[in-house]
Design a protein around this ligand. Structure first.
Ligand SMILES: NC(=O)c1ccc[n+]([C@@H]2O[C@H](COP(=O)([O-])OP(=O)(O)OC[C@H]3O[C@@H](n4cnc5c(N)ncnc54)[C@H](OP(=O)(O)O)[C@@H]3O)[C@@H](O)[C@H]2O)c1
Length: 212
């Protein structure tokens, strides 16, 4: 699959390298081709492509906005035509003190859907730390990846991309539930940093057959 990743930092860079290992075709859309992030990725894998944001959006069938949530709006305005593209939103609108969310009664994912005028937005990868994007295995368990969105085909594509890099996927329902996933990320941040469990933690939903 052709994937355009906007942002080449911890999340974008890690996803791009992992998907490339699974033979997906990756183009990063960046604002500065000379940045340290870009140079590190070029050294890591010469099959990764780089361009500006418009080029990466034109290239990908799937587009990932791996940038700070506050930059998403201006980036979409610069991005060119997103229609027909599956858009993955891993962002978290956390306040600078990491204690709360900066959005009320909406989510970044819903804002993207409105701005880009598309139903194919999938919230995903926001409740997973970058270290776990690189390695989803915890002893005998795989970390769960929670996703939500309104378009079932788009969700299936994202599910397959997540399974490719070792995640179990939990479909949380429609895009409005991105609000819950953004709050779940806040819990992850609280546990990892304020409660000092560190970034090598991930959520797992346990299930069993009904007992009567
Ligand atoms: N890190 C995590 O564990 C984690 C986990 C889940 C979700 N997230 C979310 O994922 C997103 C990316 O996080 P990250 O940790 O990958 O951040 P990061 O390492 O700081 O990387 C951010 C990337 O976004 C680019 N960027 C920043 N502002 C931009 C703008 N205005 N236009 C275009 N590109 C811009 C940066 O480009 P330059 O290199 O040019 O600065 C960099 O490539 C955030 O929304 C974060 O909340 C992070």
């Amino acid at each position: 699959m052709k994937i355009g990743i906007i942002g080449a930092g911890d999340v974008g860079g890690t996803l791009g390298k992992r998907w490339r290992q699974k033979k997906h075709e990756i183009m990063f859309g960046v604002r500065n081709l000379q940045s340290q992030n870009v140079q590190t990725l070029i050294e890591a894998d010469q099959n990764l492509r780089f361009g500006d944001i418009k080029e990466a959006v034109a290239y990908g069938d799937v587009i990932v906005f791996a940038i700070p949530w506050a930059s998403v709006e201006e980036t979409i305005l610069k991005a060119g035509n997103l229609s027909g593209k599956i858009v993955i939103d891993p962002t978290n609108p956390v306040t600078p003190d990491l204690k709360g969310l900066a959005l009320d009664n909406t989510s970044v994912a819903e804002k993207i859907a409105k701005l880009a005028n598309t139903d194919k937005v999938v919230k995903a990868f926001n409740t997973i730390g970058a270290k776990t994007l690189n390695n989803s295995i915890f002893d005998s368990n795989r970390a769960d990846l929670f996703i939500c969105g309104n378009d079932s085909h788009a969700k299936r594509v994202v599910e397959e991309l997540a399974i490719d890099i070792g995640f179990d996927v939990v479909d949380v329902g429609p895009l409005v539930n991105a609000r819950m996933l953004e709050h779940l990320a806040l819990l992850w941040i609280e546990l990892a940093f304020r409660q000092q469990l560190g970034p090598n933690i991930a959520f797992k939903l346990l299930r069993r057959k009904a007992e009567f």
